[in-house]
Design a binder for this molecule. Sequence first.
Ligand code: NAD
Length: 480
Amino acid sequence: MQKIKNYINGELIAPASGEYLDNYNPAEGKVYSYTPDSNEEDVKAAVGSARSVFQEWSTMPVRQRADLMLRIADLIDRDHEKLALAESVDNGKPLKLAKRVDIPRASANMRFYATGILHFASESHQMDQEAINYTLRKPIGVAGCISPWNLPLYLFTWKIAPALAAGNTVVAKPSEITPMTAYLFSELCIEAGLPAGVLNIVHGMGGKAGQAIVAHPDVPVISFTGGTATGRQIALTTAPMFKKLSLELGGKNPNIIFADCDFEEALHTSIHSSFANQGEICLCGSRIFVEETIYDKFRDEFVNKVKNLTVGDPLEEGTKVGAVVSEAHRDKILSYIQLAQEEGGQILTGGAQVTVPGRCEQGHFIAPTVIEGLDAQCRTNQEEIFGPVVTLMPFRQEEEVIDYANSTAYGLSATIWTGNLKRAHRVADQLKSGIIWVNCWLLRDLRTPFGGMKQSGLGREGGWEAMRFFTESKNVCIKM
Ligand code: NAD
């Protein structure tokens, strides 16, 4: 069986301990490869290697850095099919989705920051006739980048690309649950001629390899995407060390549907925003609020459409909902479905595991689930489930739905469906979410800042914000 390797100092190597973790194909429920169970020693080697080339990488002409990153993007495009297949097998997501979203976005991330850095600029300020200030933004050093399993290569590149473009060297850790595409990415970096040590990829458990990166004194900047509880743990470690920290965390996003919306569009897109990637996208709208006058019609048509979503083998063309990422995650989702019923919710469709006959018989599949009859404050409507489960709730007034929407500890994204432009602006202004979509979902302009409010995160990524995050600034003040 294939053994994934760490990528340290330009080489693909076994973990120091020689220990490996099982890597599962969730659609089959079977181990199909092994992941390094890296420890502090591997992280130490990776940080040492990243430190040793920081001077070379950070002073390399920007154009040359950009060209190397663009070469990696070209190789991602060349290996598009292979990477998409690996992503689907590792994660359980439909192959079609990996081909259409995950892999193209991974190469887009590399291209965006490779070209973005060519145009990076910082400010100067003149103080009357007295002095001129200019701001210098310099790369910081070794950046630690830690990513989750739901969009493996997409989010991995989202973290490392701005760090590398800005001139930092990187020690990165993909999720131990979906390590394969980051491993294939390390092979592409070697092929592209990325100098040894510029990017190091250490595989393994969060509490061991991840924690060692976060706690390492020579890693002054950490960019993390994952769960809120993990983010809290990381903040506890980094705060006394005064590290620069960006946290992209969980969500419990509202999808607000007013009666004056384009009904068909709202219905169609809500299917995607609820169940794309098995609902395992941090930006999925898991709480659907529908204005009372159209509630029954929306509910009935929505449930009908959900019943028609094909749950099946991720590699099959017609599959809309693949496997959830692991057995443990399947059990977590099922426990929330159970909780929803205990809290008085009625399951309108779904609510159980699905057996997919054939090679996927042992896989972890859950039927897309729609629940109604719960109040906004119950745990089902407050906690992140991160699976193919949504709740439906009617509302009467704008103020009421804004309260519902803002009632959780999270504030990642929100969607508003309305034909009333003034209302769209008014409601968007009052929602406590880092990104708000009006009459659309998941459109992302990479130039715009991205990040959550409240317990959904700290700091902003995307565009200039990300490149600035990975620099430290100083002001030079010159007397005129
Ligand atoms: P997770 O927090 O369990 O793990 C994320 C990463 O952190 C993994 O690589 C893991 O190994 C590592 N990790 C775990 N404990 C660690 C520690 N103590 N120190 C350092 N690293 C550690 O999250 P997950 O289950 O992989 O991902 C799902 C979560 O990610 C959901 O909550 C989802 O909403 C969130 N997410 C957020 C965004 C966003 O942009 N805001 C995007 C995708 C996913």
